[in-house]
Design a protein around this ligand. Structure first.
Ligand code: UGA
Length: 448
């Protein structure tokens, strides 16, 4: 196997996972970030993000001498210990949603500007961030170097299982018109034995949006179907189990919830709409996917209102609610575009008094560097679920943290003002809640 000298620019969850995992595959990797304090922490093996297995992998690869950290992209492209420049440069930079839903490429552009003259002849620049179709072409234009190739190699990692997903990919996608550069990038992953799709850059870029938007559509479909279940007296769990056995549909990604969120699905659905608009194509299916998701949040608020007041139009003014889970999903501390926070904002607008608990947002004895917050977006945080339930007229489960399933629900019921649990993830066994004297209201369940 070839060992390549790799630079990874950006140490967010994609960049750090890519760097550490490529090192574990035997490559010599230098990761760069503009944040000096973060680089210092990474050198000590301190990983700020909650990502299972990542900090262990970083420590292991740093000790093995295959992974190092530097400040600034320019140091990374020419910082290899053997004095030779990077052969492959990964760009793993933030591409936030900018004006009108268009991805903001300023971080990518700034790095190109900084490094373009430093890249050795024959370097392959790889775009790993999710970027609008045409970004590889634009990157090549900005680089303006006939001797440097640009490859689109989108990642399909999920937060919370990024290391696992990187090392067990369903597929590797490499988009580039230059065959030699494409093969060099594909060869980096050869040990993983995954199917590899070699294509042009625009198709690779579109593939990433197509995958995330399909996943979002699947979830909006399930959430809409859950609403229909409630109206006709069916059960969404049984319906999705039944359809999931059809291999063309599959069991994965069929859980109803408070709506999809996170740093990717919302951004990418809006960005693909922009791509469609720019191509003069009215992508109604995608528009409906987004609208269904927005509506899902309001639906949760309506459920809480009906459960607490017994009326569809009852008032939530000064009603105390305990929120369990604020991150956008379990297994992460990421709050970006969290449906839980969107729902919290709607509940607050309706006058409710909120108290939140999230296992990712409390002190961690194993990580003294962790900054513990006492509120998030106006929701005061408490250190345990029982405190969140204290005096609450309902507890609302918003994130599927497994620990909520096994809480002492009898103790929770004992401190609540009204015995109501709105479980937006259908996480807690309804029989457990019943035994604790609580009324459990889920999404799309017969007792919803
Ligand atoms: C998503 C994709 O799953 C990854 O393949 C992709 O690489 C990544 O975006 C990205 O573009 O970087 P991620 O945002 O980490 O990954 O989160 P998911 O696990 O996909 O969950 C997205 C949202 O859907 C969450 O709010 C989650 O709670 C919700 N969800 C997921 C459900 O409501 N039900 C499900 O069955 C699954």
């Amino acid at each position: 196997m070839f060992t390549r000298r790799v630079a990874v620019v950006g140490t967010g969850y994609v960049g750090l996972t890519t760097g550490a995992c490529l090192a574990s595959l035997g490559h010599q990797v230098v990761c760069a970030d503009i944040d000096t304090a973060k680089v210092e922490r990474l050198r000590r093996g301190v990983v700020d993000i909650v990502e299972p297995g990542l900090s262990e992998l970083v420590t292991e690869q740093v000790s093995a001498g295959r992974l190092s950290f530097v400040v600034g992209a320019s140091s990374a492209v020419s910082a290899h210990t053997d004095g030779l420049d990077a052969e492959v440069v990964f760009l793993c930079l933030p591409t936030p949603m900018g004006v009108g839903g268009v991805a903001d490429l300023r971080a990518v552009e700034a790095v190109i500007e900084e490094t373009r003259e430093l890249l050795a002849s024959g370097t392959v620049v790889v775009n790993k961030s999710t970027v609008p179709v045409g970004t590889a072409a634009r990157t090549a234009e900005l680089l303006d170097r006939a001797d440097v190739s640009v490859v689109s190699n989108p990642e399909f990692l999920r937060e919370g299982s990024a290391v696992h997903d990187f090392l067990n990919p369903d597929r590797i996608v490499v988009g580039c018109d230059a065959a030699e550069a494409a093969e060099r990038v594909a060869a980096l992953y050869a040990r993983l034995g995954a199917p590899t799709v070699l294509t042009d850059a625009a198709s690779a870029e579109l593939m990433k949006y197509a995958a995330n938007c399909f996943l979002a559509m699947k979830l909006s479909y399930v959430n809409a179907m859950a609403e229909l279940c409630e109206r006709v007296g069916a059960d969404i769990g049984d319906v999705t189990e039944g359809i999931g056995y059809d291999r063309r549909i599959g069991q994965a990604f069929l859980s109803p919830g408070p709506g999809w969120g996170g740093s990717c699905l919302p951004k990418d659905t809006h960005a693909l709409l922009q791509v469609a608009d720019a191509a003069d194509f009215e992508f109604r299916l995608l528009r409906a996917t987004i609208d269904t998701n927005t509506r899902q949040r309001q639906r949760v608020v309506d459920k809480v209102r009906a459960a607490v007041t017994g009326k569809r139009t009852g008032s939530l003014t000064r009603v105390r609610l305990g929120l369990l889970g604020l991150t956008f999903k379990a297994g992460t501390d990421d709050l970006r575009d969290s449906p839980a926070l969107a729902i919290a904002a709607l509940l607050r607008q309706a006058g409710a008094d909120l108290v939140g608990y999230d296992p990712a947002l409390v002190a961690d004895p194993g990580n003294p560097d962790k900054v513990v917050r006492d509120e998030v977006e106006g929701v005061p945080l408490v250190a345990d679920p029982l405190e969140a339930a204290q005096g609450a007229e309902a507890v609302v489960v918003l994130t599927e943290w497994p620990v909520f399933r096994t809480l002492d629900w009898t103790a929770m019921a004992g401190v609540m003002k009204q015995p109501v649990v709105v479980d937006t993830r259908n996480l807690v066994d309804p029989a457990t809640l019943r035994r604790a004297g609580l009324t459990g209201i889920g999404i799309g369940r017969r007792d919803a």
